[in-house]
Design a protein around this ligand. Structure first.
Ligand code: RBF
Length: 356
């Protein structure tokens, strides 16, 4: 009897101790889990993406698209993983191009950005200098070309296609109206892509309508002076030009105003510009830079961006287009012209017209 009482007592104590320790352990276990998950959360590294605008965003659609695309990708990534991991900061470099290298160097030297994103064909030269001083910094350059640097990814558009489609509509409209076989191009400045791809592509498109076409090519000297651009457009119109393409950022406004006052027409470049001046803007050859920025940033965030490469995308990749379904285009441009323009675009899509 005494012995069984002893056994019960000892088992009770053992049971108590076992329960006590296991509950302590369980408590500790719970505590550990909580601490670990808190730590994991704080250890999810923030990815800071710096967007460097070489110029001013407002008035330059190509830069507005860049900002929108990067922001949308960061939001998509954060909502997918449920944490505010990707953060975007935009810095404007301003119109003084001589300051861009210093500004971008300071941005890089701050060490604050996992990735620096920018856009325009002059950035590769600047970035190659900065990259040699800060070899760990990663860059994404849109609307530019740079191959062979393991920390730089570049994405460019087939602007021969884009300019060809612009020149084609400009010549169709000019021919239909009669008058000299001359189309206009007001550009902010000369640079290799402008002189070697956009201007020749624009002329090539016009000459596909009629080989006698020439281009009246005039330079504003900056990306903001609308009064100067208006003056250049007036000079062209006096010279018998009926259709002017403008690639001058904020200065484009001067071309549109002059054209609409003097019954001339405008071809818009980079974004859909029909609603800027309905009836005056008769063509929009666009780039989907917002989509390019969006998809390339998502690739970066998933670790699959092919640094070291330049990728070039055109009409058949969905990154270059001519907007044909806008009601203002349909209202402003006679059906026979739209039909010819559509036939040319169909040839690019089918590969019959190849403009590499
Ligand atoms: N495009 C703009 O819309 N706004 C600008 O301020 C602007 N600045 C540029 C500066 C340089 C040095 C270069 C080479 C290009 C610039 N571009 C600008 C042009 C842009 O990259 C692109 O070529 C045109 O928008 C035609 O697609």
């Amino acid at each position: 009897m005494k012995r069984s009482l002893y056994i019960i007592l000892v088992s009770g104590i053992l049971l108590f101790l076992a329960t006590f320790f296991s509950s302590c352990n369980y408590y500790n276990y719970l505590k550990n889990i909580k601490a670990m998950s808190e730590q994991a959360e704080s250890e999810v590294q923030t990815i800071t993406i710096g967007v460097f605008i070489p110029g001013i965003m407002s008035g330059s659609p190509i830069y507005e698209m860049l900002g929108r695309g990067v922001q949308a990708a960061a939001e998509k990534h954060n909502s997918d993983i449920g944490i505010e991991q990707a953060v975007v900061t935009v810095i404007e470099g301003g119109y003084n191009q001589a300051e861009w290298e210093n500004k971008l160097t300071a941005m890089t030297a701050s060490g604050s950005y996992s990735l620096i994103v920018s856009s325009n064909p002059s950035l590769p030269d600047i970035v190659s200098v900065i990259s040699s001083k800060f070899p760990n910094q990663y860059f994404m350059l849109l609307d530019g070309e740079m191959t062979g640097n393991s920390h730089v990814y570049a994405f460019r558009y087939n602007q021969r296609e884009q300019a060809y489609m612009s020149g084609y509509i400009a010549a169709l409209e000019t021919t239909a109206h009669g008058g000299p076989k001359r189309i206009g191009l007001v550009a902010a400045q000369e640079y290799p892509v402008m002189n070697n791809i956009i201007l020749p592509g624009y002329l090539e498109g016009a000459r596909a309508v009629d080989p006698l076409y020439t281009v009246d090519f005039r330079i504003v000297g900056n990306w903001y002076d609308a009064a100067k651009a208006a003056e250049l457009a007036s000079g062209m119109i006096r010279n018998g030009v009926r259709v002017i393409m403008c690639i001058a950022g904020g200065a484009n406004e001067g071309v549109v105003n002059t054209a609409s006052q003097q019954n001339a027409k405008v071809v818009w470049f980079d974004t859909n510009g029909y609603n800027i001046r309905p009836g005056t803007v008769i063509g929009s050859a666009v780039l989907y830079q917002d989509l390019a920025a969006y998809y390339q940033i998502l690739r970066y965030l998933s670790g699959t961006l092919p640094f070291g490469k330049t990728e070039t995308m055109g009409v058949n990749d969905g990154y270059v287009d001519f907007v044909e379904n806008d009601p203002y285009y349909i209202d402003a441009v006679p059906e026979e012209i739209r039909k010819k323009q559509a036939e040319m675009i169909a040839k690019i899509r089918s590969g019959e017209l190849f403009l590499p």
